[in-house]
Design a protein around this ligand. Structure first.
Ligand SMILES: Cc1cc(Nc2nc(/C=C/c3ccccc3)nc3cc(N4CCN(C)CC4)ccc23)n[nH]1
Length: 271
């Protein structure tokens, strides 16, 4: 069970997988079971300096209780005098955004995009059924599993709905809905907006409101102003248009995204 007390001595540490804001992620193996995991090491000093310990506690509380094929598992955590260690599922396919940028035309096929959105919508529908919002769905937070399935990780921004959390939104605006850009209250429909952004990015290779400046991205989001390149099919456009609505209540609900005709035509329905 996940309740046992882990220490660093239980693991053999492998190569670094990536460098995050508060520390690095390493490939690691639990010695007794020889089970491969990813060990995320966070420095307490950095966490204190950024005043995010409460956010980390929330991430641990939330992610250790979620069980879904498309959500990266957190098996447990432990800490020593200077670091906190998160024991995470190892996704052998690497980062989704690297897969996206390595595509010949820098975007996924309609079939791959529909399958990814189907998986994302079912993972989010599961989260929402537990009253958990992710709030930070973007390609950097998505990994690829053994069979090419995707895994949402990094619940660092997740909260229990509804929330008017006003943590400073650092980083890109590209994935935030108008109500979060304006720091107003947001709910589960904020996550629905972000999978509309992701679907556009999977199909086009860049998010719909991307510009050279923060302010012009802000304006485009608030005006919901975007266009499609020629190659995007009418079915995909229809779905994106039904998701990227400024009014949160007008956005297509997750269970309707999952059965939208454009998704259904690409995704084997036995799921
Ligand atoms: C938590 C976790 C990571 C993970 N797997 C992987 N993470 C990261 C990069 C991780 C990372 C971490 C922090 C900041 C930036 C990146 N890169 C990876 C690269 C991988 N390879 C093997 C597959 N190749 C196609 C690409 C390089 C495999 C797994 C990776 N499983 N579970």
């Amino acid at each position: 069970g996940g309740a046992r007390r882990w220490t660093l001595n239980d693991f053999e540490i492998g190569r670094p997988l990536g460098k995050g804001k508060f520390g690095n992620v390493y490939l690691a193996r639990e010695k007794k079971s020889r089970y491969i995991i990813a060990l995320k090491v966070l420095f307490k000093k950095e966490l204190q300096r950024a005043n995010v310990e409460h956010q980390l506690r929330r991430e641990i509380e939330i992610q250790t209780h979620l069980r879904h094929r498309n959500i990266l598992r957190m098996f447990g955590y432990f800490h020593d005098e200077s670091r906190v260690y998160l024991i995470l599922e190892y996704a052998p396919g690497g980062e989704l955004y690297k897969l996206l940028t390595s595509q010949p035309h820098k975007h996924f096929t309609e079939e791959a995009s529909a399958n990814y959105i189907h998986q994302l919508a079912s993972a989010l529908s599961y989260c929402h059924s537990k009253n958990v919002l992710h709030r930070d769905i973007k390609p950097e937070n998505i990994l690829v599993g053994t069979d090419g399935e995707i895994k949402i990780g990094d619940f660092g921004w997740s909260v229990h709905a509804p929330s008017s959390k006003r943590e400073t939104v650092c980083g890109t605006l590209d994935y935030l809905p108008p109500e979060m850009v304006e720091g107003r209250a947001h709910d589960k429909t904020a996550d629905i907006w972000s999978i509309g952004i992701l679907l556009y990015e999977f199909l086009v290779g860049r998010p719909p409101f991307e510009t050279q400046s923060y302010n012009s991205t802000y304006d485009k989001i608030m005006r919901c102003e975007y266009t499609f390149p020629e190659h995007v099919s009418s079915g995909a456009r229809d779905l994106i248009i039904r998701i990227l609505k400024k009014d949160p209540r007008a956005r297509l609900p997750l269970d309707e995204i999952i059965v939208h005709p454009w998704v259904a035509q690409h995704v084997p329905q036995e799921k």
